[in-house]
Ligand binder design. Structure first.
Ligand SMILES: [Fe+2]
Ligand SMILES: [Fe+2]
Length: 292
């Protein structure tokens, strides 16, 4: 058989050449064809310079990433700090508001517990009609303290009036829902992704809506009322009925349960009333445990 084309007479394979004239096979130590020592040395220098530059580029990139991450972390921490201080101010405002018409305090702590009880009962007893996730329940419970924050904008002579309010006074009183929602909404605009504030806006605005559409401020009815506000309404009313206020004496657990039962389908969502009645003993325990 004759020699295959591309092979030298001594049967050494002919080196394949790259575009720059360098061999594509073999190694620098054992080149497939003769390069001058000078060329070989230049190629080796280029290769090691290339490696060095690659390494340097990698290190610089790592350093840049680290600096960007640090800056981002600093910005996040600053924004978190600001948010926490705003939250603290909001909570202080909520407590201050509570202290004006709740002589002994405790309403906000109890309402938070009632909301959890009722929301979890709705998940278990009512087939979770509201499709509440455990995360939403957590957020609702924490945000429940904000429901009456708008009372900060109601005058003392109305908020603390011992007797029945006139129609005009009641109209002013009703505004605590929109005042509270507006205060929280201004914070929400600054932190649009903050679920806690978004929930605060919902409960502050809609906790006095009624199932039959005669509530305020928006006269929403049945399915239009946001689920957190449906839950909040029962928690708030139960505690208000059981508490002494400047305009009324407290009533017993049994009487409060009866009023809520009678409100099913008029004032309250029937499923929420069912969930309340299923857990009413625990409502009573919370009330006893966190007594005024
Ligand atoms: Fe209220
Ligand atoms: Fe309340």
């Amino acid at each position: 058989m004759g020699q295959r084309s591309g092979r030298k007479k001594d049967d050494q394979p002919a080196p394949r050449m790259g575009l720059n004239g360098c061999p594509l096979e073999g190694s620098f130590e054992n080149p497939c064809y003769n390069l001058s020592k000078q060329t070989l040395s230049r190629i080796q220098d280029c290769a090691s310079e290339h490696g060095r530059l690659r390494q340097e580029n990698h290190s610089l990139r790592q350093e840049l990433d680290k600096r960007n991450a640090t800056r981002h972390e600093r910005e996040m921490a600053r924004s978190q700090e600001l948010l926490i201080s705003q939250m603290a101010a909001i909570f202080a405002l909520a407590k201050l508001t509570e202290s004006r018409d709740d002589e002994t305090g405790g309403h906000l702590r109890r309402v938070e517990r009632y909301c959890r009880l009722l929301a979890e009962s709705m998940v278990q007893e009512s087939g979770n009609v509201f499709r509440l996730s455990s995360r939403e329940i957590d957020v609702l419970c924490r945000a429940s303290v904000l429901h009456d924050i708008g009372k900060v904008g109601v005058r003392d002579d109305i908020l603390l009036k011992p007797g029945r309010l006139t129609d005009e006074e009641f109209a002013v009183m009703k505004k605590h829902t929109t005042i509270g929602a507006d205060i929280l909404d201004s914070v929400r605009q600054k932190y649009p992704g903050n679920v806690f504030i978004v929930m605060g806006v919902i409960v502050a605005r809609s906790h006095h809506e009624r199932w039959d559409g005669t509530g305020y401020p928006d006269r929403l009815c049945d399915g239009e009322i946001p689920p957190p506000a449906v839950i909040m309404a029962i928690a708030d009313v139960y505690d208000a009925l059981r508490s002494r206020r400047c305009y009324k004496e407290p009533i017993s657990h049994e009487e409060a349960c009866e009023i809520i039962r009678e409100g099913s389908g008029t004032q309250f969502h029937p499923k929420a009333v069912d969930a309340f009645l299923a857990t009413r003993k625990q409502f009573q325990k919370i009330r006893q445990h966190l007594e005024d």
